[in-house]
Write a protein that binds this ligand. Structure first.
Ligand code: PXP
Length: 403
């Protein structure tokens, strides 16, 4: 018997579903020419997979699948290929969230795990992520259940081929400069090095009090970077005039309070749609895309549609600062739902604030989010490893989250 199924909790699947999944998994193994091998398939819940994810991969969240090849050196010699552990609970939640057929989505997750078992295939070499997706799609397309097959295929393509981009905020390089009112360190140098580390864009926040970034920084960065400049700012007549003159690729409109240490939350659009719409129109007419920084709140995102903005940046600060696992999960769910709502409304979806090397994983796995805006954690790490490596490490985490 090539598939040994072990179910850790009751009521995860009906008898019928279990039989169908078992049959399909055996077919998948046959197709992979591994039908003489054994695979252990563990079907479990979020609590168990979260524990395993933490124990083996130091990731502190429930994932949908984990795969452990038993013999990395000689998978074709060993009789046991390895173990695939799937959280049926997570699969069910994700299928509901992304409106996918549950059985097919669960099967796609199992295939993903099986392909991971082949990661270290000596005959073929280490699979590149691209090859893995190709194999995954191939296999799934051949064997999937009929219902909702197309939607799951599109979902895999979207998730795997397009890791989110990383826009790096260099404000805090200017914060260090302003601590002594000198001319160094220069955020302009940081922007160039961030690009060399793989940044897909550079972000600067020109605050009303000019506490870190100055007009000079924005102008020079715009001039020399090869990616895109994103200018964060409050809605202010002088700033809009400046933006129209410098013409960044994108303006992100944020709320601003003089006393705040950093942006404290998303914009409140209640009663402000007309004002925001006017700013969006003016910037758009100058050829600048506009993003609104919003809390992960469905009502606000729906209201944002009336402003004409092209992009929504979901505020991840509350998720990042959550001090209990329960609160973190609650906030994560809000971000996941907000991302889907925003995408469904036709927005390009970005996210940011408070994201660091520990908490980026789960949010980077949300397929609707196309770009992250990250500053403080990258600049902090750069003190020790340099900007290029700090950016590269963050990019790797973002890419790996969808693998
Ligand atoms: N997005 C927005 C709208 C922000 O205001 C900031 C902070 O300037 C960030 C993202 C980046 O936040 P952090 O510095 O915590 O990564």
């Amino acid at each position: 018997m090539p598939v040994l199924i072990n179910i850790t909790s009751e009521n995860l699947l009906s008898e019928k579903e279990l039989k169908e999944i078992e049959k399909k998994t055996e077919k998948a193994l046959k197709y992979l020419k591994f039908h003489k091998k054994e695979v252990s398939l563990v079907l479990t819940d979020n609590r168990t997979i979260k524990k395993l994810n933490k124990q083996y991969l130091e990731r502190h969240y429930p994932t949908n699948v984990l795969a452990f090849p038993f013999s990395k050196e000689k998978p074709r010699v060993s009789n046991i290929l390895g173990e695939v552990i799937v959280s049926v609970e997570k699969a069910r939640q994700e299928a509901k969230l992304y409106q996918l057929n549950f059985k097919n989505y669960l099967f796609a997750i199992i295939i993903h795990g099986l392909i991971h078992l082949l990661d270290y295939d000596h005959e073929k070499g280490l699979f590149s992520p691209f090859l893995m997706v190709k194999n995954e799609l191939n296999l799934f397309s051949k064997l999937a259940f009929k219902e909702g097959k197309k939607e799951v295929i599109n979902f895999i393509k979207r998730r795997e081929y397009m890791p989110a981009k990383l826009a790096v905020n260099v404000d805090h390089v200017a914060t260090v400069r302003e601590a002594r009112k000198t001319y160094y360190p220069d955020p302009v140098h940081a922007a160039v090095l961030a690009e060399l580390g793989g940044a897909d864009g550079i972000v600067v926040h020109l605050r009303l009090d000019r506490r870190h970034i100055k007009e000079r920084d924005v102008r020079i960065i715009k001039e020399i970077i090869k990616t895109k400049l994103i200018l964060e700012m409050a809605i202010d007549e002088g700033l809009i005039k400046f933006a129209k003159e410098v013409k960044p690729y994108q303006v992100t409109l944020v709320p601003e309070r003089v006393e705040e240490v950093t942006t404290e939350g998303g914009m409140n659009l209640e009663g402000r749609v007309k004002e925001v719409k006017k700013a969006v129109k003016e910037l758009n007419e100058a050829g600048i895309k506009v993003s609104l920084f919003l809390n992960p709140d469905e009502k606000t995102i729906k209201l944002a549609k009336k402003t004409g903005a092209q992009i929504i940046e979901i505020h991840t600060g509350i998720y990042a600062e959550a001090d209990t696992e329960e609160k973190k999960e609650e906030e994560f769910d809000k971000i996941e739902i907000a991302a889907r709502v925003a995408k469904d409304l036709g927005f390009e979806v970005h996210a940011g604030h408070g994201l660091n090397y520990e908490n980026i994983g789960p949010v980077a796995a949300i397929p609707q989010i196309e770009e992250f805006s990250i500053g403080h954690s990258i600049v902090s790490r750069a003190i020790f490893v340099g900007i290029k490596d700090a950016v590269r490490e963050m990019k790797e985490l973002i890419i790996r989250a969808r693998g």
